[in-house]
Design a protein around this ligand. Structure first.
Ligand SMILES: Cc1cc2nc3c(=O)[nH]c(=O)nc-3n(C[C@H](O)[C@H](O)[C@H](O)COP(=O)(O)OP(=O)(O)OC[C@H]3O[C@@H](n4cnc5c(N)ncnc54)[C@H](O)[C@@H]3O)c2cc1C
Length: 351
């Protein structure tokens, strides 16, 4: 565990903007996370549990409290999981695996794919930690973490107790879970892995593989295809890709009634229970805001590869990022009558 004061959030989060964090405690194991959280909660100061900060933006005025950041420094648990999974290679039985919250999400996915499991392959390349992944039910390319989580070990702020939460408690839905409203820390996540091959019906995967119907893929084939598609959209963190200096998709795809969706002429529409999900990227583009757009004098710009990502072109402030986001919301609202909901967690802004 290591504690430091006055650390700019711009040195932590993936969009490289935001003001100072009064106290930053880095924790390197599940036990350290529990100890640091209980100590901090006792002090009654403002607090925040953070992973890699790839879905969080803190305002330029900073966070006057304690941020506990999970980091999997030695990847020891991952090596152990690798070993355990390799021993199951010749078996068809499902495997259960528990992963502490600080483990890098994609390193874990890679480990499962290398061991021949396809369950998490659609979620390849999503940045961040295992502990943050269930919070907004990360999803991509036809997969979502909700399909594989069997339970979560959660340190509950109200009681100070470590409790186990099951899918019925977690209420997973599109980019949401009950964890978004429950104060505490995700200590570890339990997964069930059981798919040795995977059939993808996801349109962009089929297009890439030039397969008309569904495609039966090995875990590695799916992972490679997903990583390729994600890189082309700036959706894999890369030191050489300025379009990845972002928080991923800045807005959720809006979910509207069938009647409302019928009134929107054009654009992708996906069924979502008894409603319809629209493409936020299409709505933005067709409100006249295109890839690469930025406001005058601002270093925040729409990605040159994806209309839904706001990027920092160098020295963008958190305020400039929010100004661009607000501008997009106003234009989409004026054009389509839809209020776009931001996906990242915004801290310290008057929104
Ligand atoms: C280039 C790029 C592409 C992306 N693509 C996708 C995508 O395809 N699909 C998708 O769903 N998301 C995507 N994202 C968003 C992001 O990667 C995910 O939301 C990810 O799960 C965030 O992980 P993190 O560790 O960075 O979370 P952080 O930003 O550190 O935290 C996010 C939230 O979780 C809370 N939190 C974090 N860890 C814990 C914990 N242990 N206990 C309790 N609360 C915690 C934080 O307080 C905060 O509210 C993308 C982001 C980027 C930058």
């Amino acid at each position: 565990m290591q504690s430091r004061s006055n650390i700019p959030f711009s040195e932590i989060g993936s969009i490289r903007a935001g003001g100072p964090v009064a106290e930053l405690i880095e924790v390197y194991s599940a036990k350290e996370l529990i100890d640091a959280a209980l100590n901090t909660w006792n002090e009654k100061t403002d607090w925040l549990i953070l992973g890699d900060g790839t879905n969080t933006l803190i305002s330029d005025s900073g966070f006057d409290g304690t941020v506990i950041r999970t980091i999997d420094r030695d990847a020891a648990q991952l090596s152990q999981i690798k070993q355990e999974l390799s021993e199951t290679k010749d078996s068809d039985s499902p495997v259960n695996v528990e992963v502490w919250g600080g483990v890098n999400w994609d390193a874990f996915v890679q480990t499962t794919v290398d061991a021949g499991f396809a369950d998490l392959a659609p979620l390849s390349g999503i940045p961040g930690t295992v502990g943050a992944a269930p919070i907004q039910n990360i999803a991509a390319y036809g997969g979502e973490i909700a399909n594989s989580v069997t339970s979560i070990s959660f340190l509950d702020y109200e009681s100070g107790e470590e409790i186990r939460l099951f899918p019925k408690d977690l209420e997973f839905a599109y980019r949401s879970s009950a964890l978004q409203k429950r104060l505490g820390a995700v200590i570890s996540v339990n997964f069930a892995l059981n798919q040795r091959t995977i059939t993808s019906n996801f349109e962009q995967i089929l297009e890439r593989l030039q397969t008309p119907d569904s495609a039966k893929l090995t875990p590695a084939q799916l992972r490679d295809t997903v990583l390729e598609l994600r890189s082309e959209k700036g959706m894999v963190l890369s030191a050489t890709d300025p379009d990845s200096v972002s928080l991923g998709s800045f807005f959720k795809n809006p979910i509207v009634s069938h009647g409302f969706a019928t009134g929107i002429a054009g654009g992708p529409k996906w069924p979502e229970e008894d409603r319809v999900k629209l493409s936020a990227a299409w709505l933005i583009d067709n409100a006249g805001i295109h890839k690469g757009f930025s406001l005058p004098g601002s270093d925040a710009a729409i990605s040159s590869k994806h209309t839904l990502a706001i990027t920092n072109r160098g020295n963008a402030t958190a305020e400039q990022i929010l100004e661009l986001a607000n501008f997009i919301q106003l234009r989409v609202s004026a054009e389509w009558g839809i209020n776009l909901d931001p996906e990242p967690i915004l801290i310290g802004f008057d929104t």
